[in-house]
Ligand binder design. Structure first.
Ligand SMILES: Cc1cc2nc3c(=O)[nH]c(=O)nc-3n(C[C@H](O)[C@H](O)[C@H](O)COP(=O)(O)O)c2cc1C
Length: 430
C-alpha cells in the first residue's frame, strides 16, 4: 500500500514562523538533495528526516524533497535557481540551451550554461533534433565536468520549434526520438561512467488524436534514461488548463524501473501532495507556481516532511525576498546594468497585493536599481495577500493553438525524417 502524504495547513491561531529570508552571508543550502558517489544502491544519509523508501533517485542524485524546478527560458537563471534553493530542497534546472549552439561556441549559450558555485547539482536542459549534434554537446559538457545532470526537451510547443520537427513534435517520430535519446545517454555514460544521468521531459503528445507520452517514456526507459517528467498537456493545449493528471497516473503504472515525475498546474504545496497522492508519481516538477513565489520551495519542504505549511507572506516579507533576488542578480552579473529584465519578476512578486495601479505602472517601467528601490520603498509592508493569490496567472496561460508541423509529419511515425538545418537553430524553450 503506497504511503500517502497529508497536508498540514497553518492553524489560524498558531504562531507559525513567517517567511524568513536567509541572511546574505549564510551559506546557500540545498538541504537534502545530494549526489551519492555513483550507484543507486546506496542509502540516503541517515537522519535526513525523510522516508527513505520514497526518495526518488535520478541516477546518483537523491531527491528529497521530490521536487524539481522546471526549466523555464528567461526565468531559471542562476540567481533565480539559487534564490529558490535558499528556500528549500530540490533539483533546480537551468534554462534550455541548444546543443548546436554549444558545439558552435555560441557565447550567449555558454554563458547560460554556467552555474553558481553554490549549486551542488548542476542541471542543464538541452534541445536538439540531431543525434550527432546532441551526442557531441553532451560529450563536451560531461568530459569537461560542467554538469551533473542533463535533461532533454521534448515538450516545447513553440511554432518555430515544432515546425522544424523539434520539441513537442519530435516524439511522434519514434525511431528518431530513440536515436536522439540514445546519443545523449551513451555520451553521458561514456564520459562519466553513469555519474551524469540523462532525463527527458515531454508532453502528452501533439493533440488528443496523437498521444505519444507512453511510447516516449518506454523508449526513454529502454535507452537508459534515469527518470522521465510528463507535462500533462498536449502541444495543442500549450498552457491552457487543465493538466491531465490522470495521464500521469497511467504513466506511473506503466513505467516501473525509473522515477516518473508529474508536471502541470502545481501552484501550492497542497497541489504537489495532491498530485503525488492521486497519481502515485515519484515527484513533482514546478513551473509557473514559483514565479514571484520562490518561497513555494519552503512550503514544499514542509509539506513533504509532514510539517505545517507556513503562512502566505506579508508584502514586507515579499520585499525582503525581492531585495535578495536583486542582490543575487547583481552579484552574478557583476554590476546592476541589466535590471530591466527584472520587471517581469517584480510584476509577479506584486501579483494579488493591493498595491494600486500607480505602483504597478511604475514597477512596469523600472530599469535601474534606484527605480526598483523607489518602488519597494513605497510599498506597505503590512499588506496581506488575498486568498487564492497563488493561482493568479503568471506568465504563459495561452489557449489552444494549432501545432505547426513539417509537411507530412504525421504520415508515418516510424519514418526517420531528414530535418531542415533550421531544426537545430537557436531556440528558447517552452
Ligand atoms: C516562461 C516559461 C518558459 C518555459 N521554458 C521551458 C523550457 O525551456 N524547457 C521546458 O522543458 N519547458 C519550459 N517551460 C514549461 C515548463 O517547464 C512547465 O513544463 C510548464 O510551465 C508546466 O508546468 P506548470 O503548470 O507548473 O507551469 C516553460 C514555461 C514557462 C512558463
Amino acid at each position: 500500500m503506497p504511503l500517502r502524504y497529508r497536508l498540514l495547513l497553518p492553524k489560524p491561531e498558531s504562531k507559525q514562523p513567517r517567511l524568513t529570508v536567509l541572511p546574505h552571508h549564510e551559506p546557500h543550502r540545498l538541504p537534502m538533495t545530494q549526489i551519492t558517489s555513483q550507484s543507486s544502491d546506496q542509502d540516503p544519509e541517515p537522519g535526513s528526516g525523510v522516508d527513505d523508501s520514497r526518495v526518488p533517485r535520478i541516477g546518483p542524485i537523491q531527491l528529497a524533497p521530490p521536487v524539481i524546478l522546471a526549466p523555464m527560458a528567461g526565468v531559471t537563471d542562476a540567481p533565480f535557481r539559487v534564490l529558490c534553493a535558499e528556500f528549500g530542497g530540490g533539483l533546480f534546472v537551468n534554462q534550455m540551451v541548444t546543443a548546436r549552439a554549444l558545439l558552435e561556441g555560441h557565447r550567449a549559450s555558454w554563458a547560460l550554461a554556467r552555474f553558481h558555485p553554490s549549486e551542488k547539482v548542476r542541471s542543464l536542459q538541452l534541445y536538439s533534433t540531431d543525434p550527432v549534434t546532441l551526442g557531441g554537446a553532451v560529450r563536451r559538457l560531461v568530459s569537461e565536468g560542467l554538469v551533473d545532470h542533463i535533461d532533454l526537451n521534448f515538450g516545447c510547443p513553440a511554432p518555430k520549434v515544432t515546425r522544424n520537427g523539434g520539441g513537442a513534435a519530435l516524439p511522434y517520430k519514434r525511431r528518431l526520438l530513440a536515436q536522439v535519446i540514445k546519443a545523449a545517454v551513451s555520451a553521458a555514460d561514456g564520459e562519466s561512467n553513469g555519474a551524469v544521468p540523462v532525463t527527458v521531459k515531454f508532453r502528452l503528445g501533439i493533440d488528443d488524436d496523437h498521444l505519444t507520452f507512453m511510447d516516449t517514456a518506454r523508449t526513454a526507459e529502454a535507452e537508459g534514461v534515469a527518470a522521465v517528467a510528463l507535462h500533462a498537456r498536449t502541444a495543442l493545449q500549450h498552457y491552457a488548463p487543465p493538466a491531465h493528471w490522470d495521464r500521469i497516473t497511467e504513466l506511473k503504472s506503466a513505467i516501473t524501473s525509473i522515477p516518473v515525475f508529474g508536471n502541470g498546474d502545481i501552484f501550492t504545496a497542497g497541489d504537489a501532495l495532491a498530485m503525488v497522492n492521486q497519481t502515485g508519481c515519484d515527484g513533482v516538477v514546478i513551473g509557473r507556481g514559483c514565479l514571484g513565489r520562490p518561497w513555494l520551495f519552503r512550503d514544499l519542504d514542509a509539506a513533504f516532511s509532514g510539517s505545517p505549511i507556513p503562512e502566505v507572506p506579508l508584502l514586507g516579507e515579499v520585499v525582503a525576498t525581492i531585495r535578495r533576488h536583486l542582490e543575487l542578480i547583481i552579484e552574478w552579473d557583476g554590476d546592476d546594468s541589466r535590471l530591466s529584465h527584472f520587471r517581469k519578476h517584480l510584476a509577479w512578486y506584486l501579483k494579488g497585493y493591493a498595491v494600486g495601479p500607480e505602483i504597478r505602472r511604475r514597477a512596469a517601467q523600472t530599469s535601474t536599481l534606484a527605480e526598483i528601490e523607489a518602488v519597494l520603498d513605497d510599498l506597505d509592508p503590512t499588506l496581506e495577500a488575498p486568498d487564492g493569490v497563488e493561482r493568479i496567472h503568471r506568465s504563459h496561460s495561452s489557449a489552444q493553438r494549432r501545432v505547426a508541423l513539417p509537411e507530412g509529419w504525421l504520415d508515418d511515425p516510424l519514418a526517420i525524417p531528414a530535418l531542415p538545418r533550421g531544426a537545430e537553430a537557436l531556440v528558447s524553450g517552452g
